[in-house]
Design a protein around this ligand. Sequence first.
Ligand SMILES: NC(=O)C1=CN([C@@H]2O[C@H](COP(=O)(O)OP(=O)(O)OC[C@H]3O[C@@H](n4cnc5c(N)ncnc54)[C@H](OP(=O)(O)O)[C@@H]3O)[C@@H](O)[C@H]2O)C=CC1
Ligand SMILES: CC(C)(CO)C(=O)C(=O)O
Length: 301
Amino acid sequence: MKIGIIGAGSIGLLFASYLSKTFEVNLYTRTVEQAADINQYGILIKKGSEQSIAIVNACPVREWAGLDDFTIIAVKQYQLQSIIETIRFQSMVCENFLFLQNGMGHLKWLENIPAKNLFVGTVEHGALKEGSNVVYHNGVGITNAAVLKGKIEPLRHFSDLTPKEFPILVKKDYREMMVNKLIVNAVINPLTAILGVKNGALIQNQYYYKVLVNLFLEICNILGLENQEIYLEQVLKICQNTANNRSSMLKDIEAGRLTEIEAILGYLLDEAAKQKKHTPQIEIIYYLIKGKEQDERGDHL
Ligand SMILES: NC(=O)C1=CN([C@@H]2O[C@H](COP(=O)(O)OP(=O)(O)OC[C@H]3O[C@@H](n4cnc5c(N)ncnc54)[C@H](OP(=O)(O)O)[C@@H]3O)[C@@H](O)[C@H]2O)C=CC1
Ligand SMILES: CC(C)(CO)C(=O)C(=O)O
């Protein structure tokens, strides 16, 4: 089984390294230079004090021909459009795609992709690209995956063949799986990015905690969630377990990059509009992040 991975950032390099233990992996990079580095030196993967080299085939994405048996898309949500265009312009219908983006805003774009089977996943690992062929595995977790369209068997087959130390768990209900991750990212990421604090501060500071709970309740109302205590418990546990981490949105803001706010709070605002619900807190937080993106990137009107 040949695995294609499009996007050689933190998650693309991490998946390529682990999956190369049991599959032939083709990694598609944005630049020719990165593909050359990976082909010459392999991928250096670091975990704590251990490090190892993984050998994969790399080539620039413009050479992608859709010939792999199973293709994983590992770009950020706001980089997806050009990949979707590339897939749509392929003359052949590809078999299997797995999309790993955070948030849910991209789901509507996936509906018309010409593929037999479409899968979505949520990644619970932490990874950081440290160089064009170097990745640091800074949080060991699992990946969940579920069917968005088509048959479950190819996903089960892929999951059965993945290395034991890098499990892919097949879930029945994609929406439930994605909502679980969305709530965590919708609460923790924007608040830490606006406040400029580590995840733990949201539960250590009683005033930040009040904002967290109010935002959480507004989100639950849009998503129509019962058993809210269970979801809140999960958010608080993640704040505690990742107390010393800076969220990906905080890091994006600090580095002057775009954030995945559209995929996360943008999605919730669209849902609220469909339901004609008023969501003042989500709206304020969404605009504050958009404003910070603009400030840090110097994209003023
Ligand atoms: N990193 C993490 O720990 C986690 C990430 N995720 C999710 O995984 C997704 C990917 O995140 P992450 O890996 O961190 O992001 P990165 O920014 O590290 O990686 C994205 C990669 O995609 C490449 N890329 C962009 N456009 C294209 C294109 N058209 N063709 C080919 N490659 C392209 C970028 O290339 P270049 O750099 O050259 O522009 C970059 O290498 C996100 O949705 C994120 O939320 C989820 C959980 C944890
Ligand atoms: C779970 C959390 C909030 C950990 O920082 C995360 O997924 C992120 O930063 O994007």
